[in-house]
Write a protein that binds this ligand. Structure first.
Ligand code: CTP
Ligand code: MN
Ligand code: MN
Length: 489
């Protein structure tokens, strides 16, 4: 039996039942209410009202909180409709630390994770443990610590006691022990030891070189190498990418600012539009998630008329190289059509370029205050950004160390996407990495679907599902839409 009430009814029922029309007409109390209909309120607001005004405990309040659309649609249909996700009022807050109103999902793609991390003390420690597991090529441990760190980032409260973690998924014994230790003494011994550990320090340094992975870093460490200068002085045969990584090391470890990302976008737009005037360039990666800084800048390039983007990347890179804008590039053509087993890889097959840009610092010098707004840069200084001349190859592998240098090397990823795959590419390149990983995991386990940056394949229907927007992809997957700013898992 259904008892549908408005929010006002429920407030009345619980505070002054004797005067409540619901009680009078149906002779039923609060415990019988099955649906609370509200307009323009989030689920959190409704629960908070009930809690504050009438002392109703949200964990004990079992009625469904639904939007007015469910009521009007049900009236239209002449019967109560099955509740769908879109009918439910959003509840994402937790009543008080420890009493969870809504279970926290173990999938990052079902959580909202902003940049406002309230548990940095714990997540920083867990991140170091995750990094160390990665450096030891222990994928399972890496994932366990990464997932633990990520779930803490999504909590809307500061964890101050172990009880606050009741019912929180993805926290294994080891992670809980780390948190407990930090709660008690401010630090975790294991983490403190790691920070001092020579192997950890050296491998972190070596893997921060563009083009150096864990295996290579570990090999160099085992050969007795410890510093960049030792690497530079050694007889090691570096790859082209590693050479560039060492040459521009000091610049590449500096964070890239949003202002720099916007400047690079202008440079790319100018270059791309020479060859394809109405191509669209979109800033993606961490900056699209609202980050102020990044380790690189990621862009998608597309054109409404699919096919027009073919061959674009090599033309653009050649032109920019001739202008002296590009210090290094690794450019590849689209190979989607050659991709046999489309499930086997995590990387996509778009035409793309992993590059290092030479960004003139002139703009900053012109604005000594350093407080110039992003707007003024975009409008006044665009033409002021003179593109640098050729880098000139250094034999000493330390190009970015020069004192009077007026440019900065910046890592840039460019991806050219056929328009029909654009929404998938945008979703795939916005990150975070864990968010992406859990989206794919969710698609596979709950939807029997295969998601990558090109497409979504539905195994049950045996067909690809088209999508023009990210919202449509979330809908295909049966997930609530999570905007980029809340994908910082
Ligand atoms: N990505 C990808 N294929 C690659 C590299 C990256 O699909 N070969 C995706 C990753 O899934 C990631 C996103 O592109 O989510 C951005 O990657 P990256 O630049 O490494 O990370 P950011 O989140 O942008 O972090 P940062 O700000 O440090 O650059
Ligand atoms: Mn990035
Ligand atoms: Mn990137």
């Amino acid at each position: 039996m259904l008892l549908v009430c408005t929010l006002e009814d429920v407030l009345c029922l619980s505070s002054r039942p004797e005067t409540c029309p619901v009680r009078a007409s149906a002779n039923m109390g609060l415990e019988s209410v099955t649906h609370v209909v509200s307009e323009n309120n989030s689920g959190d607001e409704v629960l908070e009202l009930l809690e504050k005004q009438n002392g109703i405990c949200r964990t004990e309040f079992k009625a469904a909180l639904v939007d007015i659309t469910w009521f009007t649609e049900s009236m239209g249909a002449g019967k109560p409709l099955q509740l769908e996700n879109r009918h439910r009022l959003q509840v994402k807050r937790v009543a008080a630390a420890g009493t969870i109103a809504v279970p926290v999902s173990s999938h990052a793609c079902q959580r909202r994770t902003t940049l406002n991390n309230r548990n940095r003390l714990f997540t920083d420690a867990l991140k170091i443990l995750a990094e160390n597991a990665e450096l030891s090529e222990n994928e399972g441990r890496y994932l366990a610590f990464t997932r633990a760190s990520s779930v803490l980032k999504s909590l809307p409260y500061n964890v101050t006691k172990m009880d606050d973690l009741k019912g929180i998924p993805n926290l294994g014994d080891h992670s809980r022990k780390v948190i407990e230790e930090i709660l008690e003494g401010g630090t975790c011994n294991e983490v403190q030891n790691l920070i001092q550990n020579e192997r950890y320090q050296t491998l972190m340094k070596f893997t921060s070189i563009f083009g150096v992975g864990v295996k290579t870093a570990d090999k160099w460490f085992r050969e007795g190498l410890r510093t960049l200068n030792e690497l530079r002085a050694s007889k090691i045969k570096f790859t082209k990418q590693q050479e560039a990584g060492l040459l521009y090391y000091e610049d590449l470890i500096l964070p890239v600012t949003k202002v720099e990302a916007d400047l690079i976008q202008q440079i790319i737009e100018e270059a791309v539009h020479r060859f394809l005037p109405s191509a669209v360039i979109t800033l993606t990666g961490g900056f699209r998630r609202g980050k102020e800084y990044g380790h690189d800048v990621d862009f998608l390039i597309t054109h409404r008329e699919e096919g027009r983007e073919e061959g674009l990347i090599s033309k653009v890179i050649s032109w920019m190289t001739a202008q002296g804008i590009i210090l290094y590039d690794d450019t590849m053509d689209n190979s989607y059509h050659k991709w046999k087993n489309k499930e086997s890889e995590i990387f996509d097959r778009f035409a793309k370029c992993f590059s290092i840009f030479k960004l003139q610092k002139m703009v900053h010098n012109l604005e000594p205050s350093g407080t110039c707004s992003h707007g003024s840069l975009a409008t006044n200084e665009t033409r002021g950004i003179r593109l640098a001349g050729h880098a000139g190859s250094s034999q000493h592998l330390t190009a970015s160390a020069a004192k009077d240098k007026d440019w900065k090397a910046v890592r840039v990823d460019l991806v050219v996407v056929p328009f029909g795959q654009y929404a998938y590419a945008l979703l795939g390149w916005t990150g975070s990495r864990l968010f992406e990983r859990d989206l794919r995991r969710y698609a596979k386990h709950f939807g029997h679907m295969m998601l990558n940056s090109h497409s979504l394949f539905d195994n049950k229907q045996n067909k690809f599902l088209l999508a023009a927007t990210e919202e449509e992809i979330f809908a295909h997957l049966g997930l609530d839409y999570i905007p980029p700013q809340e994908r910082n898992a």
